[in-house]
Design a protein around this ligand. Structure first.
Ligand code: ZN
Length: 140
């Protein structure tokens, strides 16, 4: 093996190393994005659960609002699936692990003091975490 060949190989490896580092940064970004999408998903699911519960309790129906939450959950799930598709199964599993580590099981909620905000559209009181106004359905 002559010297030039060795130099060539060295350059090739250096180039590969650079690409691997770039890949890693990209993957980290994707994983961080998935974690943040998972957080949004959890929040939307929790809100939908709370909405369905309060509707059922009051024997009310608000299908358009329920549909809005379902639509939002669907689109977040699709985004997560799209992002996960660009990762290897091991990397995707890593993300799931991070998500389970980071999300507190159930934060205690102040029962009576739920309405801190009001809807910019109709002025109805809305809970801090609500994604849509319960009265007019405006996105918050
Ligand atoms: Zn409203």
């Amino acid at each position: 093996m002559d010297f030039n060949k060795i130099k060539e190989m060295g350059l090739e490896y250096a180039e590969k190393g650079k690409n691997a580092a770039l890949d890693l940064a990209e993957k980290g970004k994707t994983q961080a994005l998935i974690v943040s999408e998972q957080g949004k998903l959890l929040k939307a699911q929790r809100q939908l659960g709370a909405l369905v519960y309060s509707l059922a309790k009051g024997k009310e129906e608000n299908q358009p609002l329920v549909d809005k939450y379902i639509e939002m959950i669907d689109s977040i799930e699709q985004e997560i699936a799209r992002l996960k598709a660009s990762l290897t199964p091991a990397e995707a599993a890593e993300v799931d692990y991070v998500v389970h580590e980071d999300v507190p099981a159930e934060e205690p909620e102040a029962p009576a003091a739920e309405a801190h905000k009001s809807c910019p559209q109709c002025g109805a009181p809305v809970s801090d975490d609500a994604l849509f106004c319960n009265k007019c359905g405006a996105q918050l």
